[in-house]
Design a protein around this ligand. Structure first.
Ligand SMILES: NC(=O)C1=CN([C@@H]2O[C@H](COP(=O)(O)OP(=O)(O)OC[C@H]3O[C@@H](n4cnc5c(N)ncnc54)[C@H](OP(=O)(O)O)[C@@H]3O)[C@@H](O)[C@H]2O)C=CC1
Ligand SMILES: O=C(CO)COP(=O)(O)O
Length: 327
């Protein structure tokens, strides 16, 4: 695997933050964005005001709107566009990518149309030996600011995951390796749905005890998804599961949490930033029904977002479920 040259595709919050981190780590990294104004701001003013406010980006960081320039010679291609655009985006760029380059998807979601995870999409379009994911508790603003962060990098082959983790780590971004792709991806995608639920609890001022209960019972749902879908439940106790749940179920800096809070307060949702859980909720609920997974919180979020039930009805349904032993 060639790990010295990295292309990061997608100059939103997360792509810009990761490119910043890789540049600081000494990698030869080029950030690609489709929006000329954003790319010009990154190159000329060392800022990405649209997505990262006034956080100062490092000197010498490379950014371009030219895809072929970004991809030339890249051994690692980081995919940092929203999950629901991943299939179309990867299909369009795969042939323009060096044939031995590995794709590292950093989007957190499940494809709504097909129910496939991001790595399954890469497997299908580019091949199994070329797919990897990076996921874990990591706000873009923290990573771009150089604050200490830890994430998991997963690939089908543990040696490939270790090589990627070693290449992408730095003094501020610590990457752990895993070969449980499904577990790492389920954690990242489903915590977004649970963070919306947590935001709803916060927005309705239901109290810290309710928020803790919601987070713990959400974690139980994550583990059930893992067991039913061929992932290792213990992976969900790691960074891309429990770690990300703790982060995003407890902070309005999470866009999913903020979305849930705004929904619960009855605020205008137009113009809110990307909240991947809004798109993942329906496919997660569908998968749970198909696989017989007991996932009351995921079902409730899906039903609220689809307008089938009100927040109050969902709360009272969750609280009046039959009493059971804790599993
Ligand atoms: N922000 C964070 O803290 C973290 C985000 N993530 C995940 O990373 C993924 C991306 O999130 P984030 O960067 O925050 O999102 P943003 O909304 O900040 O940025 C999305 C980026 O994708 C680009 N884009 C959107 N659609 C397309 C398309 N069809 N083709 C090419 N480019 C496209 C946008 O371009 P344009 O500006 O031109 O619209 C923009 O540059 C999500 O899945 C998210 O869950 C993971 C960890 C942390
Ligand atoms: O995934 C994230 C942090 O790990 C970012 O969460 P939000 O997309 O909810 O902001």
């Amino acid at each position: 695997m060639r790990t010295d040259r990295v292309a990061v595709l997608g100059a939103g919050a997360w792509g810009t933050a990761l490119a910043t981190s890789f540049h600081r780590a000494g990698l030869d990294c080029v950030l690609w964005g489709r929006d000329a104004e954003t790319v010009a701001a990154i190159v000329e003013s060392r800022r990405n005001p649209r997505y990262l406010g006034d956080i100062a980006l490092p000197e010498g960081m490379k950014a371009t709107t030219d895809l072929d320039t970004a991809l030339a010679g890249a051994g690692i291609v980081v995919l940092a566009v929203p999950a629901q655009t991943m299939r179309g985006f990867l299909s369009a760029i795969a042939d323009r990518t060096p044939p031995d380059a590995v794709f590292v998807c950093v989007a957190k979601g499940i494809d709504r149309e097909t129910g496939r995870t991001m790595s399954e999409i890469i497997d299908e379009i580019a091949g199994r030996d070329r797919s990897a994911v990076l996921s874990g508790p990591s706000f873009a603003a923290d990573v771009a600011s150089g604050l200490p962060t830890a994430v998991t990098v997963a690939a089908h082959d543990i040696e490939a995951a270790k090589a990627l983790a070693a290449a992408l780590s730095s003094r501020t971004l610590r990457c752990y390796a895993s070969d449980d792709l499904a577990g790492v991806e389920l954690g990242g995608a489903l915590k977004n749905v649970l963070a919306i639920a947590a935001g709803i609890v916060h927005g309705r001022a239901l109290g810290a005890s309710a928020l803790a209960a919601l987070t713990a019972r959400g974690f139980a749902e994550l583990r059930r998804f893992a067991s039913a879908l061929g992932a290792r439940p213990e992976t969900l106790s790691g960074l891309s599961g429990l770690g990300d749940l703790i982060l995003t179920c407890g902070s309005e800096k999470s866009r999913n949490f903020a979305y849930g809070a705004a929904l619960a307060r009855g605020d205008d949702l137009g113009g809110m930033k990307l909240a991947e859980g809004v798109h993942t909720a329906s496919v997660a609920a569908r998968m749970a029904r198909e696989h017989g997974i007991d996932a009351p919180i995921v079902f409730a979020v899906d039903a609220i977002l689809a307008g089938r039930i009100s927040i109050d009805e969902a709360m009272s349904a969750l609280m009046s479920r039959p009493l059971k032993t804790e599993t």
